[in-house]
Ligand binder design. Structure first.
Ligand SMILES: NC(=O)c1ccc[n+]([C@@H]2O[C@H](COP(=O)([O-])OP(=O)(O)OC[C@H]3O[C@@H](n4cnc5c(N)ncnc54)[C@H](OP(=O)(O)O)[C@@H]3O)[C@@H](O)[C@H]2O)c1
Length: 205
């Protein structure tokens, strides 16, 4: 919705084309009621992979490897994948980050992309609830990390079009290890303070 609001043409991917189209229709109607003219379309994940130059990976971490492998041959040359997934485990009411051999979920998933694609980690520390109400300015930072300077520049350019969001270059892909733990921290803030939109802002930049 925030990207539609910013004027981007957005494909919403799903395992089900019907579900994707329905979601795109509902979100389009919702944005139109706010006086906007978004271009949102729904399609199966494979079509989104084949037709997009910038892809946001927003499915459960546990399912991401399978999805990336299933659409591996369909990505365009130079596609930038923005990995928002978090390897979290919820046990007995507690949330914790999974310990992964590769260090972070993003470093792990980067192994399942074609060499011609670029993985950038971003949108890991902002909640869906914060993004959903397009009338509320975000007034926060979003951390962008990755090993490709060109990839990070592209992502920072797109995210800076979202009102109130300041994209911050957080360094190499290894920094995803920290960002993924910050998500668990934010979920803890939300729980303890009984809110839904705890998020981060760096001062002094
Ligand atoms: N929610 C947040 O506030 C938040 C914040 C930061 C990061 N994240 C991360 O963003 C990702 C998405 O979070 P979410 O809360 O939106 O998760 P979600 O609601 O559980 O899943 C999002 C979508 O993923 C698809 N999906 C579910 N299981 C799948 C599978 N086995 N294979 C392929 N696709 C599957 C489903 O779409 P279809 O049924 O249409 O295929 C579903 O609507 C997660 O990795 C999460 O850690 C979430």
């Amino acid at each position: 919705m925030r990207l539609g609001q910013a004027g981007y043409r957005v494909f919403i991917g799903s395992r089900s084309e019907d579900k994707a189209r329905k979601t795109a229709y509902e979100l389009t109607e919702s944005l139109r009621r706010s006086g906007l003219s978004p271009i949102l379309e729904g399609a199966e994940n494979a079509k989104v992979a084949a037709e997009s130059s910038l892809i946001f990976l927003t499915i459960p971490f546990e399912a991401a490897r399978d999805l990336l492998e299933s659409v591996h041959s369909m990505f365009r040359q130079g596609t930038v994948i923005i990995d928002a997934t978090i390897p979290l485990r919820f046990t007995q009411g507690r949330v914790e980050t999974m310990e992964l051999e590769d260090g972070s979920g993003s470093e792990h998933l980067s192994k399942f992309l074609p060499d011609s694609c670029i993985l950038v980690a971003a949108l890991k520390t902002i909640s869906a609830q914060s993004l959903a109400d397009i009338h509320v300015p975000l007034d926060c930072d979003e951390f962008v990390c990755g090993d490709s300077p060109e990839g990070k520049i592209q992502v920072i350019k797109v995210l800076s079009r979202i009102a109130g969001l300041r994209p911050v270059d957080a360094g190499s892909l290894k920094e995803a290890r920290t960002l993924e733990r910050m998500t668990a921290l934010a979920i803890g803030f939300n729980r303890r303070y009984k809110v839904k939109s705890a998020r981060f802002r760096v001062v002094g930049l």
